[in-house]
Design a protein around this ligand. Structure first.
Ligand SMILES: Nc1ncnc2c1ncn2[C@@H]1O[C@H](COP(=O)(O)OP(=O)(O)OP(=O)(O)O)[C@@H](O)[C@H]1O
Ligand SMILES: [Mg+2]
Length: 396
């Protein structure tokens, strides 16, 4: 059918035509933010899930929801190797400048901007990637110790006071949070804790890979009590069907039941895969309704497309020993797997593979669902590894 009208959108962070199955999480987040706005206890939320389940698009959607309700939103993505203060400062500056337009709280917002100036100047020594423009001079002694833990706390407190007086809340929407260094995570947790104790409307809505939960707990042992961790997973049967059927219907196209069943079964309900299968089924079909045999044909090109993009970009970032480690895991199936079993596949000792495993966790390729277990963070990555490294000579 006409590719111009193809509604499906496989791609990192690409908004889907139908954001299926996420209403409950959206509502949970809305309630937490609104509670904090009126000074009631509310937990920050961290959405955790595997690659391609739709964390980023959900985070974008809840950011928009909040902004539409008059919340001051900071939208931040944490790439590898950037410091949290450097990512936070320019977004916070924007939010504070917006707040300072409200005459009633101009002074409080101004004070927060002074705190930000002191914060950025003092921390630039340690975090050289901080770059922001200064609107006001720092206030000596305010958030300018040069110690992240102290200064972040002071900064978020004055910013929270300004937000409270403005009848709003300050919400940080932070994607890929698992990449943030442990020390910086700890400072953030402490600052949020302090704001919560003072009933200041400062909330974090984060998203990251499943290892985020453990990382937060390691950074500060009480973190697990301070946050909610909604799990973002594959879509259930009905939700997955709706993710395909509704966008088609909007184009006046229908799909046979057995064709829809096949898509849901093959994709396991994983959002990224649903978009890919939807797109390719549309391309293959000559006319409505889309049939089962259209989907069967589409599976071939959909898998090839995943191999060339979704899987490939991750594979290309790996060293040869990391590839072998993942290949050994794949040999055992989808997982999770015991470290000892993986080591056996490679004919190596568990301890000698420790560094490779740590690097893979750092790159966000694998995680540890429980002690001694290792699982892929990318759904169906085991099958991909077997396709891309089919030879038996991957064993050392
Ligand atoms: N609820 C949903 N219904 C249908 N499609 C969705 C849904 N959520 C996400 N998608 C689609 O899934 C794909 C992946 O979404 P997104 O980039 O947000 O995932 P992610 O969890 O952030 O992945 P990563 O961990 O790789 O960053 C996109 O093509 C998006 O359109
Ligand atoms: Mg994402």
């Amino acid at each position: 059918m006409d590719p111009i009208n193809n509604p499906f959108t496989p791609g990192a962070g690409a908004p889907p035509p139908e954001l299926s199955g996420r209403d409950e999480t959206r509502e949970r987040i809305r309630i937490a933010i609104e509670r904090s706005r009126i000074g009631r206890p509310a937990k920050s939320l961290l959405m955790v899930g595997l690659r391609g389940v739709g964390k980023t698009v959900l985070l974008d959607r809840v950011t928009k929801d909040a902004a539409a309700a008059g919340i001051r939103t900071l939208r931040i993505e944490a790439p590898e190797k950037r410091s949290l203060p450097a990512l936070l400062a320019p977004e916070l500056r924007l939010a504070l400048l917006q707040l300072s337009r409200d005459k009633k709280i101009k002074d409080l917002a101004g004070r927060a901007l002074r705190a930000l100036a002191g914060f950025a100047r003092a921390l630039k020594v340690k975090y050289q990637d901080i770059e922001i423009g200064f609107d006001l001079d720092p206030e000596p002694g305010l958030a300018d110790n040069g110690d992240l833990e102290h200064d972040l706390q002071a900064l978020l407190e004055v910013a929270g006071e300004a937000a409270r007086s403005g009848g709003t809340a300050l919400v940080m929407f932070l994607d890929e949070l698992h990449y943030v260094e442990e020390e910086e995570l700890a400072a953030l947790i402490i600052a949020l804790h302090r704001c919560a104790q003072q009933q200041l409307p400062v909330v974090l809505v984060g998203a990251g890979l499943p290892q985020l939960r453990g990382r937060m707990g390691k950074a500060k042992s009480y973190a697990e009590r301070l946050f909610d961790f909604p799990e973002i997973g594959p879509l259930g049967g009905e939700e997955a069907r709706a993710a395909i059927r509704k966008p088609l219907e909007a184009q006046g196209v229908s799909i046979d039941d057995d064709a829809l069943d096949l898509i849901v079964e093959t994709t396991g309900g994983y959002p990224y895969f649903l978009q890919e299968w939807g797109k390719h089924s549309w391309e293959v079909a000559l006319a409505s309704p889309i049939s089962k045999s259209d989907v069967e044909q589409a599976s071939v090109t959909a898998i090839a497309a995943l191999d060339a993009s979704f899987f490939r970009v991750r594979f290309d970032r790996l060293t040869p020993s990391e590839k072998r480690y993942l290949r050994a895991m794949a040999e055992l199936g989808p997982g999770p797997h015991r470290s000892g079993d993986i080591a056996d596949q490679l004919g190596r000792q568990v301890t000698s593979l420790g560094p490779t495993r740590s690097l893979l966790i750092g790159k966000g390729m694998i995680w540890s669902p429980s002690h001694g277990d290792t699982a892929f963070t990318v759904p169906l990555f085991d099958q991909f590894m077997r396709r891309i490294m089919p030879e038996a000579d991957w064993k050392i």
